[in-house]
Write a protein that binds this ligand. Sequence first.
Ligand code: ASP
Length: 441
Amino acid sequence: MGIKVAKFGGSSVSDAIQLAKVKEIIDYDPNRRYVVVSAPGKRFNEDNKITDLLYLCKAHIDHNVSYDQIFQVICDRYVGIEYNLGVNVNLQQEFNEINNNLKSGASADYIASRGEYLNAILIAAYLGYDFVDTAGLIQFDERGKLQNEKTNTALREELLKHEKAVIPGFYGTYPDGKIKTFSRGGSDITGSLVARAVNADVYENWTDVSGFLMADPRIVKQAKPISTISYKELRELSYMGASVLHEDAIYPVRAADIPINIRNTNEPKAPGTTITAEAGPKDDTIISGIAGNKDFTVIGIYKNMMNEDKGFVRRLLEILENYDVPLEHMPSGIDTISIVIADKNLNGKLDDIIEEIQRALLPDTIDVHHKMALIATVGSGMAKRYGVSAKLFTALSDVGVNVRMIDQGSSEMNIIIGVENKDFETAIKAIYSAFVETPVK
Ligand code: ASP
């Protein structure tokens, strides 16, 4: 078995109790040679994430308000972990340096990055691994764009020198050496870059859930875990709001054909979900998951001979572009076209958009449907299989759900339906029950 890269998220490294679990996981498998860590996250619901407190320090400095108390809370948290782990890494010296840098105007990215930096130093000592900083290894250009190939080479060269290492997540450096962080949750990306650089067999992403579930457990109580899913299927699901992993973490490992395994630090025996390039063999279910969101607006446009009106769709899309409103879906007929927009993106622009459509496109009618929900039923097993749509729509009609819109991607990997918000939960339960509880043969 080859190398495993294990990335532990904030809740897995939030205190010494969690870190004892991490050590057990690492010690259990000597192939877990490279460990990427987040900053300490919440220990309980009302707790603070260290990263949030670090940003708060910076906000205080920017407003000329004393940050000493918050900084002390941060230091105390690390000292507590150091003490409880029984290691000694001279954190005081690090705290002094960070504080001096803060006083001399260090950036928000620098201060935020210290959460992972300090934690990695502590955890390296605790596990008996080398500490390898990513400053100078994970490289961005002047405009903040990640330099994938340079990063890959630099990480590889450095990590080859270390049999076992703990690496801080979340940041790298600009060409001038200043710290640049990824967006929030970005330690997932560091883990993915490290996995690619050391050519790992698997990128394990340890968090506080045992992988993805086939449906939202608040709607389907006994939703089954997804054991294997392809990157493409996951995109279709995460797009609808089922994301556990930072989106950008997928690309480095996907390019190198390395699977990601989502695991639970609190339930290490559970196999979790494996994300692979191709969907693995499915059991007796043909769908991988169901995800959806409420609160969309559908604008239905009817114009006789629309299909002959060249440039109609382009002009329609231009209107949305001019109002800076992203489009979710666009199902169409011969003389009709509907545009589906998430309410959160409309920002009071609906009336103006409709007026503009009326003025620029002279449609025969426009009707607007509010409070719509979209539900994506996703699974590569659906492609080239007959009876799937029949089953889906029968299940919905059996529970009295009126399907207002249908959109099937050309990949045949998903069927997206629009229903009224009030039917959202009923529809998801019905689809789940039809495909998962009574599998198609
Ligand atoms: N600590 C950072 C955050 O809270 C990065 C991460 O945990 O992935 O966003």
